[in-house]
Design a protein around this ligand. Structure first.
Ligand code: TXA
Ligand code: MG
Length: 338
């Protein structure tokens, strides 16, 4: 059975945090909120506990986990000595949605890193998460708390939907602030390399440490095993519209409406109205998309959409991270349709 524990995200009660921390110390699994998405946590020093994360999610063993810490002292138990740039970045962006790939401390369970000699670490900017890690007294390995391949959870209800009965506890701290995952930055190379775009942009990173690259080549992508697998996807096909006219968007919608129930995310063109259409209106703004996209996917699924048509947003700054997720979720991408 999975216990759902609701707490005040601003002032989590210690009496509610402590049982969760005790589950972690004893090798169990606790889902908890962060500022990005919910994580599924286990003691990062406990090999058996970490393996249970992979089992509960159905996650491929070659996709390593992020270790969450609450202090620089705890960071030292997870990673080797920080280089100058790594230290600068951690001082500037932690706590926050930046994950640093660092040299691994051998005390971390081997499965956390899926056999790599590096470890991904971040300090979340979320009171519940920090209190939990501090109370557990150990670094907490935590991937997003969804079943593998599914949209990341931004609420406790999403976690329950995917993992009910497979984990001991969910700490419910409400809806997450940002809504998409952290930026993953490899700082074992120089210049540093973005392995997964996220809420902290390349420009923000470059302002602190100069040149920053974005992983594109096959070889570079191998270093971020997670980006190889299909990701963030609802159970039905997602059609991503990157560029189109109102006219052709109407046509695409009509075409699919002739076949069944259509979910839509974005700004609906005038003149489309159909009882088989369910539209979730989102502004063309990175914050709105980040905050709502995963829950919109799940809402349309629950309604019974047979296909989802999703409008893309501007592929720049924070929008680049949103577009990365949408492209990975999509089974078809429409560009330049006239
Ligand atoms: O915002 C987030 O990052 C959320 C919250 C819970 O912190 N976590 C998250 O974890 O998104 P997950 O497991 O869904 O994604 C972790 C990503 C994957 O793309 C994985 O391949 C990469 O981090 N990663 C982890 N360890 C790595 C390592 N040692 N080297 C390269 N990439 C690594
Ligand atoms: Mg994930």
């Amino acid at each position: 059975m999975t216990l759902l524990v609701r707490l005040d995200p601003e002032r989590p009660n210690r009496d509610l945090i402590e049982p969760a921390a005790s589950i972690i110390r004893n090798g169990g699994l606790v889902a908890f909120p962060t500022e990005t998405v919910y994580g599924l946590g286990a003691d990062a020093m406990n090999e058996a506990a970490v393996r249970r994360i992979f089992e509960a999610k159905g996650r491929p063993a070659d996709n390593p986990l992020i270790v969450h810490v609450c202090s620089t002292e705890m960071l030292e138990t997870a990673a080797g000595k920080l280089t100058g740039k790594a230290r600068l970045l951690s001082e500037k962006f932690w706590p926050g949605p930046l994950t640093l790939v660092l040299e691994r401390n051998p005390r971390i369970a081997a499965s956390v890193s899926s056999g790599l000699d590096t470890v991904a670490v971040r300090m979340p900017n979320c009171r519940v998460a920090l209190d939990l890690i501090r109370a557990a007294g150990t670094p907490v390995a935590a991937p997003s708390a969804n079943a593998s391949g599914r949209p990341s959870p931004t609420s406790a209800a999403h976690v329950l939907g995917d993992l009910d009965g497979r984990i001991e506890m969910i700490l419910d701290g409400g809806t997450t602030n940002i809504g998409i995952e952290s930026t993953v930055l490899d700082v074992t190379t120089d210049p540093p390399l973005i392995l997964r775009p996220g809420w902290i942009t390349r420009e923000q990173l470059a302002d602190s440490v100069g040149q920053v690259e974005i992983a594109v080549s096959e070889d570079e992508m191998k270093r971020s095993p997670g980006t190889r697998h299909r990701h963030y996807s609802p159970r039905v096909p997602v059609i991503l519209i990157e560029q189109t006219t109102q006219q052709s968007l109407r046509q695409i919608l009509q075409e699919h409406l002739a076949k069944g129930k259509v979910g839509f995310i974005g700004h609906l063109p005038a003149g489309v109205d159909d009882s088989s259409l369910y539209a979730i209106k989102l502004r063309n703004a990175a914050e709105d998309y980040a905050h709502s996209i995963y829950s919109a996917f799940r809402e349309l699924e629950d309604w019974g959409a047979q296909v989802m048509v999703v409008m893309g947003i501007d592929d720049e700054d924070e929008g680049a991270a949103v577009m990365d997720r949408l492209r990975r979720a999509a089974s078809e991408i429409i560009r330049n349709s006239k």
